[in-house]
Design a binder for this molecule. Sequence first.
Ligand SMILES: [Zn+2]
Length: 612
Amino acid sequence: MIACCPFHHEKTPSFSVSPTKQIYKCFGCGKAGDAVRFVMDIEGISYPDALRWLAKKYGIRIEEKVFTDEQLAAQNERESLFLALNFAKDFYIRQLWETEEGKSIGLSYFKERGFSHPTLQSFELGYSPESGDALTQEALAKGYSLDVLEKAGLTLVKEGRKPIDRFRGRVIFPIHQISGRPIAFGARILRKDPQAPKYLNSPETPVYHKSQVLYGIYQAKNAIRQQDVCYLVEGYTDVVSLYQGGIENVVASSGTSLTREQIQLIRRFTPHITVLYDGDPAGIRASLRGIDLILEEGMHVRAVVFPEGEDPDSFIQRVGSEGFRKFVTENQKDFIRFKTELSLESIGRDPFQRATLITDLVQTIQKIPDAIQRAVYTQEVAQLLSIDEQVLISEGNRQFQKQLEKPTRPLPSVLPENTPPVEKAAPLTEVQPISNALSLHESECVRWLVSYGGHVIERNVSENIEFTLADYYFQELRGMQFKTPLYQRMLNLIRGAYEEGSILPSQYFTSHPDPEIQQAAIHWMASPHELSEGWKNNDIHVPTTEEKLADLAYLNILRLKKARYESDFVSLGDSLNEKQTDEEVDQTLQQMKNLKEIIKKIADLLGTVVQH
Ligand SMILES: [Zn+2]
């Protein structure tokens, strides 16, 4: 079944669902998964919550593990904090709309800022009265304990004094969890008081960790997914006024510099972030470090600076949403260019500072996980600085080398049992670069096992013996360990089940809670090549993958072993200059010679096989 994708904006459908395989995949944006993953992604909730959501929808009873007393107490405490915070939110809203003080101070402030009624409601904005303990007293009367109110960050308790409200005489911005529950508050003071901070926030509590939350994410998540970009601004009011102006895909990192958790939160909805800066150069420079972190997470970052004296809030009020979007589109720069130009402005032609800048820029580029992107940026920076690209590449290589020299955990090397010469190879002590070929053949191997492990590839009728693809692979692989961590994890699962006498069905992997495993499996099951053969019915007979299975597996094993021996050959060569005695050197050279012969034999075998 084909439909327009709910995860990205498109006009021609590229989102396919296979009821038989119980998976979906979008060939436009790459989103893929099973029913549980779909609910997780569309609702932005965790795996257990998605299970509960589905169970509720279909009336399935789920039995949850019985908690220990301590776990139960912690769970109950969290629940009571959530209840108290929700009560407080309702209290602040009532104060804003229904009391004289709220209306004359809070509501008139919001009106002055131009916030409409629907906007105030969407963000559940409120007001906390000046009187010292209005919230605390009402909550206590409703049965909330003082302990809970204090732990939720709502009430300040000091020995020998009457408990008082944390927020007094301020407008209130509730900070919502991604599912919409209020977990904390930001509060802005309205009267002139040089002693009091302009903004006051809830403290860290068992349910609120500042570094893991983004202001506005609950209201913005669907728009972020639809627009496939998340705007990042500085303050609560920027978020609210952009949202009201029709720019809904916007969040703020409430007063902290951006953290890894916050970036990962955004990545659940889009890989693109555009940072919107006020025209204040000092503030921009201070935030550049945080952006390196976004690049490191493999996200695409762009930046826009608003004209001098404007912030996103004032700007949208002046030009409206159309003008705003136009300005962002025309003025956004990819982050590396942005950083380069900004730095060039401040250092001019000072040669020493230019050298520091080059090191710094190369460091930033090195953080980008994708090699092609790195190359593009290297080229661009070379042009901007008008220097030879090779200078940047050498600097990059130098920094990379420095990283490699750091001591790392030794990688165990286990080789197939039936190859005497390499079996005694010394354990490898350095990080081995996994060759692309090796990783590719490892992935092919796991792919065949996941898709066709139980298929019979040879049948001996007289002896009533059936030989499956998994039988063949595990006979050939013996104890071999893969070097690509993901494929090794998957191989372990398959091998473990095989040794217990069972073959894991494909669905085990397409529904696996480990997202890396799940994505790999779905990618294989739903590849376009498969689609045309497996998902459609046609009357013309072409040899199916199943029919060619034995040949394909044989080829894969040969290529895998060849790549593996080649990789071992390279490691042995690298280990030569660490050998202490001539005897050790001779021994290593002999091992290398043996390996070379095996590699040659496999190459000959591969030469005689018809290549598919
Ligand atoms: Zn899509």
